[in-house]
Ligand binder design. Structure first.
Ligand SMILES: [Mn+2]
Length: 302
């Protein structure tokens, strides 16, 4: 019952997403250099509460710079500085329906060249995932579509060796070093909603690319899920890759160092509902670079 939403439930999801989008856009049009991470959390809460959403759907992640590479970062007590990226992963509840978005934006008015490059890589990975999501497709294939696009982007940046065989890299899970989580999860009365696995749908615990998936279901109309690829520089995974010759030969660790200090971490998350022949992206905050930059200009015009 919770995996497949009816029209009324989808309408509630649309409402909570629209309020969350408004709250995110407020943060992006007010947050400035020198503010604390928890101030972004406060701004987000201020807007969803003013719009009638009574609760957060989970503890917000507001992460400056390299904190954005800590998955489920909830400390939120650091100061943000010009030149860093800022990540907010947050949601609100409307009549128990949860929204869940993530945006990454520059603390300054603009990303640096490298930051913008990686932002676009993650954006393309998310588009690849969303385009793949339709009835009859297994969720892990949405995940693989996003990972493959992420891999293409990492090769273009030179972080992953572009001379290596892309099929070999994809199978080996090279992109999962930089995105060690599933592409998304079921969403509804809980943020990580129930029903991802059952007696028929089993978890794969061995393939490093899909062992973190919160569901392996085949998509069908009425399912609501998040699509949230990311790109992070996580010491533990990088060390692991470095010590494994099969993996290490595909990664340019000098390039990793070149990017990581400046680039922090990235995640872009939207909520989708599976329709008869594809999916609908529920209302979400500004995402295309021009729209994000317009909000950043507004922040610094105040
Ligand atoms: Mn999520």
């Amino acid at each position: 019952m919770r995996v497949y939403k009816d029209e009324k439930e989808i309408e509630e999801m649309r409402t909570t997403c629209a309020i969350n989008a408004k709250a995110f856009n407020y943060v992006m049009s007010h947050f400035k250099d020198g503010m604390m991470e928890y101030e972004a959390e406060a701004m987000h809460a201020f807007i969803y509460l003013r719009n009638g959403a009574r609760f957060p759907s989970f503890f917000a992640i507001t992460a400056a710079g390299s904190n954005a590479s800590t998955l489920h970062f909830v400390d939120n007590t650091h100061q943000a500085h010009a030149g860093q990226v800022f990540e907010i992963d947050a949601g609100c509840e409307v009549r128990n329906s949860c929204s869940d978005h993530t945006r990454t934006f520059p603390v300054s008015q603009r990303f640096t060249k490298r930051q913008e490059e990686l932002y676009k890589v993650v954006l393309a990975a998310q588009s690849a995932g969303i385009e793949t999501a339709k009835p009859g497709v297994a969720w892990e294939d949405v995940h693989f579509a996003a990972l493959r696009q992420l891999l293409i982007g990492l090769r273009e940046a030179g972080i992953v060796n572009p001379e290596g065989d892309i099929e070999e890299q994809h199978k080996l899970g090279v992109a999962s070093i930089f995105m060690p989580h599933g592409v998304g999860h079921l969403l509804g009365l809980n943020t990580h909603d129930v029903g991802g696995y059952n007696d028929q749908i089993k978890k794969n615990t061995t393939d490093p690319r899909i062992r973190y998936l919160r569901t392996r279901r085949t998509l069908a109309p009425g399912m609501v899920l998040t699509v949230e690829p990311g790109l992070y520089f996580i010491q533990g995974f990088l060390d692991q890759a470095k010590s494994d010759p099969k993996m290490a030969k595909h990664i340019n660790f000098e390039k990793v160092e070149e990017y990581r200090a400046e680039c922090g971490g990235y995640r872009i998350e939207d909520d989708i509902v599976i329709t008869k022949d594809g999916c609908e992206v529920l209302p979400g905050p500004a995402k295309q670079l021009e729209a994000v930059y317009a909000l950043r200009d507004a922040a610094y015009a105040k």
